[in-house]
Design a protein around this ligand. Structure first.
Ligand SMILES: *Cc1c(COP(=O)(O)O)cnc(C)c1O
Length: 489
C-alpha cells in the first residue's frame, strides 16, 4: 500500500510513498503528513479468525493488512519488543471496574506509559530501515514527561540513530526525569533546559526550521526524522490494541462477537484516538469514540462547536501533563479522511494564518457521528482516583479523565472500554494527594505511602531508578541548546 499526503502534493515531493519512506521522512508537502491510501478491513471475519490469537499474532496480521514494504521477519523481530512487557502473552490486560466498564491498561511496558505500545516496535523498525539504507538519522524529542523516556528507551544502542532529548528542568515528575537522566548509551543525549515545556518545544521547532542547523547536519551526513505521532509508523501500532481490547471482552464473555462498544480515550495529540478511528472505519464494532481531556479542552470545543480556536487560549498546567496540548497534530488525519486534501489544506492554512478554523455544519455533524468529547478538572480527577482507590483500583490522573466520559457521554447502555495511558507510579504525588495526603511533594515519599496504604506494588524498574547512577547532568539556557547538540553530533 502507498501513503499519500494530507494537504495534497506540491509537485516537488513524490505524491505517493512507501511506508518505509513515510516513516523515515514523515513531513509531506505544504506541512502536511502521510496517511494510508486506503484502510484494510477488520470485520467480523477478521476478528473471529483472531479470537484465540496472542497479541503478537494479531499484531502481525494487522500490520500486514496495511501491505507495508517491510519484510515479515523484520516485523516479527519488531513485535518481539513486546516480550519485555510484564506479560508477553498479553501486554495489554483488561481490568473490570464497573459492571459495564473495563480499563484497557496500555502501560505495562518498560517506561510505564502507553507511549511504549507504539514506540517500542516502531523504534526497532526505523533503526533497521536506516541501517539497511546505510543512512544516519537524528531524532530530536522535546518532552513534558512521557515521550522522552519512551523515545530514549526504544532507540538506545541502535546503530545509525542518534537521539537528543530536551526536558524542562523542574517541569517533569522525579520518576520521569530519572528515567531520562539515568539512561546510558553512546547514541543518546539528554539535556535539561531552564524554562517550561513550551520554551523547550519552541526552541526545538526553531532548530528544526533553521537552515544553518540543517546544513550543519548535512555536512555531518545526518538526516532528520521524527518519532512523535505525526509519524505514521506510530499510528499503525496504535490500531492493534483497540482490536485486541475488543477481542478480550469477547473472550471474557462480556460481549458477543459483533456487539458494539464505546471506547474512551484520554487525548492530547489524538494519536490514540486516531488508531481507534481507523479500527472503527475498518470494521471494529465501535459505537462512538469518547474523547476525554483536562481543562485544556480545545478538543471538546472542536467536537462540540465545529471550531478549532487557538486565539482565546493559553496552555494551562494540569495534573495530567501529557494532555496539556493545544495544537493537536492528528486531527489533521481525521479531517483528511472525512473531507479530503483540498479542504484539509484550507482548514490547516486557516489555523496557521488566523490561529483558528471553522467547519461547516455538515462537517461538524460528520465529526460528531464518530466522536463525542468532555473534559475534567484536576479536582474532578482527584475525586475519581479517590473513589476507585476505595474499591481497590488505583488509576493515574490521565486515566481518571475518562470516568466522566463514561458516566455522562454515552447515549446507549453499551459496554465501555476506557484506556489507561500511564501507570500511577509516574504521577504518585497527585495520586497520594487524591488519597488525602496533601503534604507529600516527592515521588519517593508518595510511592512509599501508597505502597504501604493500599494493595498495589511498585515495579522494580521504578524503585530501581532512585539508586541508578545519573549519566546526564547537563542543564542549559535555551540559547545553549544548539551548541550542545552539535558537540554531541
Ligand atoms: C501521550 C499521552 C496521552 C495523549 O495521547 P495522544 O495519543 O497524544 O492523544 C495521554 N496520556 C498519557 C499518559 C500520555 O503519555
Amino acid at each position: 500500500m502507498q501513503f499519500i499526503e494530507t494537504r495534497g502534493n506540491n509537485g516537488v515531493k513524490s505524491n505517493k510513498v512507501n511506508f518505509s519512506e513515510a516513516i523515515l521522512s514523515p513531513s509531506a508537502s505544504f506541512g502536511g503528513i502521510y496517511v494510508p491510501e486506503s484502510l484494510p478491513t477488520f470485520d467480523i471475519e477478521f476478528l473471529t479468525k483472531h479470537l484465540d490469537s496472542h497479541y503478537k499474532t494479531l499484531a502481525l496480521d494487522v500490520l500486514q493488512s496495511f501491505e507495508i514494504d517491510i519484510d515479515e521477519s523484520t516485523l516479527i523481530e519488531a513485535l518481539e519488543r513486546y516480550d519485555t512487557f510484564d506479560n508477553p502473552i498479553n501486554p495489554v490486560p483488561l481490568s473490570k471496574i464497573e459492571e459495564d466498564c473495563f480499563v484497557s491498561e496500555l502501560y505495562h511496558g518498560p517506561t510505564r506509559a502507553f507511549k511504549d505500545m507504539a514506540l517500542q516496535p516502531f523504534g526497532y523498525l526505523l533503526a533497521k530501515e536506516a541501517q539497511k539504507r546505510n543512512e544516519n538519522y537524528l531524532i530530536m524529542a522535546a518532552t513534558s514527561g512521557d515521550t522522552g523516556p519512551a523515545t530514549l528507551e526504544t532507540f538506545k544502542n541502535q546503530d545509525n540513530i542518534k537521539v537528543t532529548c530536551l526536558y524542562p528542568d523542574g517541569g517533569t515528575s522525579d520518576v520521569q526525569r530519572l528515567q531520562m537522566v539515568t539512561e546510558e548509551a553512546e547514541n543518546l543525549k539528554v539535556i535539561g533546559v531552564h524554562g517550561n515545556f513550551d520554551d523547550t518545544q519552541n526552541m526545538l521547532k526553531e532548530l528544526l526550521a533553521s537552515d544553518d542547523f540543517k546544513s550543519e547536519l548535512e555536512s555531518r551526513n545526518i538526516k532528520l526524522s521524527a518519532a512523535n505521532s505525526v509519524n505514521f509508523g506510530r499510528i499503525i501500532f496504535q490500531t492493534i490494541y483497540h482490536i485486541h481490547s475488543y477481542l478480550e471482552l469477547v473472550r471474557e464473555d462480556e460481549i458477543k462477537m459483533g456487539e458494539k462498544v464505546y471506547i474512551v480515550v484520554p487525548s492530547g495529540n489524538f494519536g490514540n484516538a486516531l488508531g481507534g478511528f481507523y479500527a472503527k472505519e475498518a470494521g471494529l464494532p465501535v459505537e462512538k469514540i469518547l474523547i476525554s481531556s483536562n481543562i485544556n479542552n480545545i478538543l471538546t470545543d472542536w467536537i462540540e462547536s465545529g471550531e478549532y480556536d487557538l486565539t482565546t487560549r493559553e496552555l494551562i498546567k494540569t495534573e495530567s501533563p501529557a494532555m496539556d496540548i493545544l495544537k493537536s497534530s492528528n486531527i489533521e488525519r481525521i479531517l483528511f479522511h472525512k473531507f479530503g486534501a483540498k479542504r484539509t489544506k484550507e482548514l490547516m492554512d486557516d489555523l496557521a494564518t488566523n490561529n483558528k478554523f471553522i467547519m461547516t455544519d455538515t462537517e461538524k455533524a460528520s465529526i460528531q457521528a464518530d466522536f463525542s468529547a468532555t473534559y475534567s478538572t484536576d479536582s474532578e480527577c482527584e475525586d475519581e482516583i479517590g473513589r476507585y482507590a476505595q474499591q481497590g483500583y488505583i488509576m493515574d490522573p490521565h486515566t481518571a479523565t475518562c470516568i466522566k466520559s463514561y458516566r455522562e457521554d454515552r447515549e446507549k447502555e453499551l459496554k465501555t472500554i476506557i484506556y489507561s495511558t500511564a501507570e500511577w507510579t509516574k504521577f504518585s504525588v497527585t495520586v497520594a494527594k487524591a488519597l488525602g495526603q496533601t503534604d507529600i511533594t516527592e515521588d519517593t515519599k508518595a510511592l512509599e505511602w501508597i505502597k504501604t496504604n493500599t494493595n498495589v506494588t511498585v515495579p522494580a524498574m521504578i524503585d530501581g531508578l532512585f539508586h541508578k547512577e545519573i549519566k546526564h547532568t547537563l542543564i542549559v539556557d535555551k540559547e545553549g541548546i544548539k551548541e550542545e547538540m552539535l558537540k554531541f553530533l
